[in-house]
Write a protein that binds this ligand. Structure first.
Ligand code: NDP
Ligand code: 2IT
Length: 445
């Protein structure tokens, strides 16, 4: 495989899409050997076909705000690859959303979904709509206008969206309501639904819980566990919340949370009512974490800074892409971090990952660590198809089993001669082989 040639062609075709190009390069760099060992992949143009989305929908979303003003946003759905199952992936509502970000997320989603062992293809969508400071009525009108365009390209066997940044249970409810009205069908077209009308138990917690189960497996490889460990978590949204809950349950102490405004250091640990307070903080739609320090005076707020300067045993970035750079990684390493597990999608820059690998730190990449969210979405689809509902214990046991199998697969394909596990390579190779074999079997399409 000629990596430079493929990347040059992609860059020429998609200029100004840095996140997408970054995500593709990160995967291709680790699968060069396995592609070269399988010349039939090359002759079938697997790589060239894999790096381009099957199709991308872009649409205008006009809606009326509470003052009666007309607002216009852009909506997108990237249907990337359906070799393994229906396109599957979340919707992100955030002002920073661009087609580059959604293509990076859709590309990553193909591999993440392959790792789950479930029949799921990869996709992503969203809008540059900013939920910050919007009333519920505005969010509902926006979601309805968004679905007015999206409904005819999605379906339970075609493309199944879910939540991501800015899209939680409330938004999924509004989106589902409009889909159902237009399609005149009550089906499993979206996941993360309310548990009273088709949603799976444990789905809200699943990404954070799964991430901690994965980190637990990583720690076990060196005879360690979360018990008595200090942990830096970033973000204070859905993924951070689930992670904090599970870490605390396992005897770890979470000492940081963060938002776009800065980070919180709580030496006594984020536990008990403080975890519930995270939900309240998100529900205000104000996008700031600083009120935590007013509510709990033992905590300190550091304005405009990231939590990676705090001395911790484990770091779990759970906010957004490229939020942990080279200097942050160096700081964590010099402070003695032993494990870094990515709850968010692509939170560490390539330079930061290099620092972790050079120092033989246990490093779990997003597509393996945070796959528990989409895996539980897959379990929600199964329950919808069977028209029944599993108990929380059943779903949690299946989630645990899936996270363990992802970990086993990473070790199988990522173990180096000196015993160090390169989880980045392990996850990419395991997922790539599954997708590439399916694409090969299905011919040139
Ligand atoms: P939420 O909207 O619940 O929380 C997102 C968090 O990240 C918030 O704290 C948010 O703060 C912060 N954030 C968002 N954008 C930025 C930015 N540009 N700069 C700094 N901080 C930012 O989303 P989730 O918890 O669902 O998602 C968090 C991460 O996890 C994302 O990378 C997402 O793709 C990933 N993920 C989510 C899954 C899910 O099931 N929800 C599954 C797998 C991965 P604010 O809103 O105040 O900006
Ligand atoms: O990034 C992700 O894996 C998600 N936002 C969850 C996607 C899903 O379909 O549940």
């Amino acid at each position: 495989m000629n990596l430079d040639k493929i990347m040059n062609n992609l860059e020429a075709r998609h200029p100004g899409e840095p996140e997408y190009l970054q995500a593709v390069r990160e995967v291709l760099e680790t699968i060069v050997d396995v592609v070269n060992e399988n010349p039939h992949f090359e002759s079938a143009g697997i790589i060239e076909r894999l790096v381009e989305p099957d199709r991308v929908f872009t649409f205008k979303v006009p809606w009326v705000d509470d003052e009666g003003n007309v607002q216009v946003n852009i909506g997108y759905r990237v249907q990337f690859n359906n070799a393994l199952g229906p396109y599957k992936g979340g919707l992100r509502f955030h002002p920073s959303v661009t087609i580059s970000i959604l293509k990076f997320l859709g590309f990553e989603q193909i591999f993440k979904n392959a790792l789950t062992t479930l029949p799921l293809g990869g996709g992503k969508g969203g809008s540059d709509f900013n939920p910050k400071g919007k009333s519920d009525a505005e969010i509902m009108r926006f979601c309805q206008a968004f679905m007015l365009e999206l409904w005819h390209v999605i379906g339970p066997e075609t493309d199944v969206p879910a939540g991501d940044i800015g899209v939680g249970g409330k938004e999924i409810g509004y989106l589902f309501g409009m889909y159902k009205k237009l399609q005149r069908e009550h089906n499993g077209v979206l996941t993360g639904k309310g548990t009273g009308w088709g949603g799976s138990l444990i789905r809200p917690e699943a990404t954070g819980f799964g991430a901690v189960y994965f980190a637990q497996e990583m720690l076990a490889t060196i005879g360690e566990s979360f018990k008595g460990k200090t942990v830096a978590v970033s973000g204070f949204g859905n993924v951070a919340w689930g992670a904090v809950k599970k870490i605390t349950e396992l005897g770890g102490k979470v000492v940081t949370l963060s938002g776009p405004d800065g980070y919180i250091y709580d030496p006594e640990g984020v536990s008990g009512e403080k975890i519930d307070y995270m939900l309240e903080l998100r529900a205000t739609n104000q996008d700031i974490v600083s009120p935590y320090a007013e509510e709990f005076p033992e905590a300190t707020f550091y304005s405009g800074k990231r939590p990676w300067e705090v001395k911790v045993d484990v770091a779990m970035p759970c906010a957004t892409q490229n939020e942990l750079g080279k200097e942050d990684a160096e700081k964590l390493v010099s402070n003695g971090v032993i494990c870094v597990a990515e709850g968010a999608n692509m939170p560490s820059t390539p330079e930061a990952i290099e620092v972790f690998k050079e120092n033989k730190i246990l490093f779990g990449p997003a597509k393996a660590v945070n796959a528990g969210g989409v895996a539980t979405s897959g379990l929600e689809m199964t329950q919808n198809s069977m028209k029944l509902m599993w108990t929380a214990e059943e779903v949690d046991a299946k989630l645990k089993h899936i996270m363990k199998s992802i970990h086993d697969n990473c070790v199988k394909y990522g173990k180096c001669d000196d015993g160090y596990v390169d989880y980045v390579k392990g996850a990419n190779v395991a997922a790539f082989l599954k997708v590439a074999n399916a694409m090969y079997d299905q011919g040139i399409i």
